[in-house]
Ligand binder design. Structure first.
Ligand code: 5AD
Ligand code: SF4
Length: 464
């Protein structure tokens, strides 16, 4: 397991650049606006950029149109995400016409694809700064150059090193993310992530525990989600994920511990037992199955079978009381037949997910599946996606009934003002519960009795 770190001198340079920008700005507090596409990993990267900006004297702008710096953190997991980004970067032209000193930046996974940065730079000459996933920690130096009139286009190889100690401006709330590893080595045949995020590398367990301690003690978070593309292959010189989970579980003041994402090929019984034995680990797991057909799983290079997946579900359900599963599924993978889809629908019915992210297969240039024979027409993908979503909706509704009359702890997150105002919060299982109450409840934990079911959520009454 590679575990090289960004040189301390390089990080010192980043901090020096932050100080110089702050001096340059003096009393001025320019506004920044970050638009993030894609997964939690990208969300968290945006929190790091926000951290560097705030340390340099910037403040979050209330809206895009009034910002002095607009940054797009892009995603390329599906074609749709790419198209949206291009459209939205294009709109900035108008804002820039009204505010010529506006700094526009584009970064993230999409820029990491061959030729993407150059194409974006040519199409949008008003973009001042383009960088890849490898350059995140160099953001202050690049920003300083842009402020001095340069245009920066800098995309290197995807990350191979870990940058420790960058400031992080976490999104407000009670729940936050802590990275435990970066990159992915799995090369699922449809997926672009290993090409744009580089090889797997794990942070040191001590650094992770320290960060969790800090966010709980100093920033008031009570729920932490440990993030990695495949947390089950976490490896800090032999220290594996179940052990890390046990270490983080000991952090004082932490109430809830979550993690994502788990690859079924690497989910061990040891991890199931750690989930069972750690009181703060929530009774939820995101376990992407992708397909219920063994033939398709093999073509996807997932390296497990549906039978193995069922065994994992049994192990989890036997040991982790009340556990809910969520998943990702792709339909319309090359050569997928109606029979393969039936296998997926059958798996979905048997597992009974509490929620699922479903996708039509999207060709990603450079991946193995992109050049496979037997690509499925878009109309067929669309129709299959609808069939899958219908079955998932059925199973979710059915699975809600078991909650009726039970009592569970919810963390109140906010107020829903559509219709009769209600407070909402999540159970450990990630199920959303709506209750009567007021804003003073936000951020606190309450026991609720479940009295009703809706489609994707539950209704309850506070009992303490
Ligand atoms: N097409 C459709 N969905 C994809 N995903 C990853 N790559 C693709 C693709 N090329 C989905 C997978 C993954 C989730 C994050 O995105 O289901 O688990
Ligand atoms: Fe992509 Fe597979 Fe890695 Fe997940 S495990 S990021 S789907 S290659």
């Amino acid at each position: 397991m590679d575990q090289s770190f960004v040189d301390k001198n390089v990080l010192d340079n980043s901090f020096s650049a932050i100080r110089r920008i702050k001096e340059m700005l003096g009393d001025v507090c320019p506004g920044y606006y970050i638009e993030t596409y894609g997964c939690q990993m990208n969300e968290h990267d945006s929190e790091k950029i926000a951290g560097m900006l705030e340390a340099a004297g910037y403040r979050k702008a209330s809206e895009k149109a009034s910002a002095d710096l607009i940054l797009f953190n892009t995603c390329c997991i599906r074609d749709h995400a790419e198209k949206r980004t291009f459209g939205n970067v294009g709109f900035v032209k108008e804002i820039k016409e009204n505010n010529p000193s506006l700094i526009t930046a584009v970064c993230g996974c999409m820029m990491q694809q061959p030729g993407a940065a150059e194409a974006l730079a040519a199409r949008f000459p008003f973009v001042d700064m383009i960088f890849g996933t490898n350059e995140l920690h160099l953001f202050p130096q690049m920003l300083e150059s842009v402020m001095n009139g340069e245009r920066i286009i800098r995309v290197g190889k995807p990350n191979e090193e870990i940058a420790e100690g960058l400031p992080i401006k976490r999104n407000a709330g009670f729940s936050t993310f802590v990275n435990i590893m970066y990159g992915c080595n799995n090369f699922c045949s449809y997926c672009i992530v290993p090409y744009v995020r580089g090889r797997e590398r794990s942070r040191r367990a001590g650094d992770i525990v320290e960060e969790v301690r800090r966010v709980v003690r100093d920033e008031g978070f009570t729920e932490v989600t440990l993030l990695g593309q495949n947390v089950n292959s976490y490896n800090d010189n032999g220290l594996k994920f179940p052990e890390l989970l046990r270490m983080v579980n000991e952090v004082d003041g932490l109430k809830r511990l979550r993690f994502m994402t788990s690859h079924p090929k690497d989910l061990s019984h040891e991890l199931v037992m750690a989930m069972k034995e750690c009181d703060k680990v929530c009774e939820h797991i995101h376990l992407p199955v992708q397909s219920g057909s063994n033939r398709i799983l093999e073509l996807m290079n997932r390296r497990y079978t549906r039978e193995h997946y069922f065994d994992l579900v049994d192990d989890l359900r036997e040991n982790v009381k009340g556990i809910e599963l969520t998943t990702d599924i792709i339909v319309g993978f090359p050569t997928e037949t109606d029979e393969d889809l039936e296998d997926t629908l059958d798996l979905v019915r048997r597992v009974g997910y509490s929620s699922a992210y479903t996708f039509a297969y999207s060709i990603r240039p450079g991946t193995k599946a992109a050049v496979m024979d037997g690509q499925i027409p878009e109309a067929v993908k669309k129709e299959r996606l609808k069939r899958l979503n219908d079955v998932i909706a059925e199973t979710i509704v059915k699975a809600n009934d078991k909650y009726l009359g039970t009592v569970g702890e919810i963390l109140i997150e906010g107020k829903d003002t559509r219709g009769e105002p209600m407070m909402f919060g999540k159970l450990g299982s990630l199920k959303m519960v709506y209750v009567k109450g007021d804003e003073s409840m936000i951020g606190k934990y309450y026991n609720a009795m479940i009295t009703g079911t809706r489609f994707n959520s539950l209704a309850g009454e506070i009992i303490d």
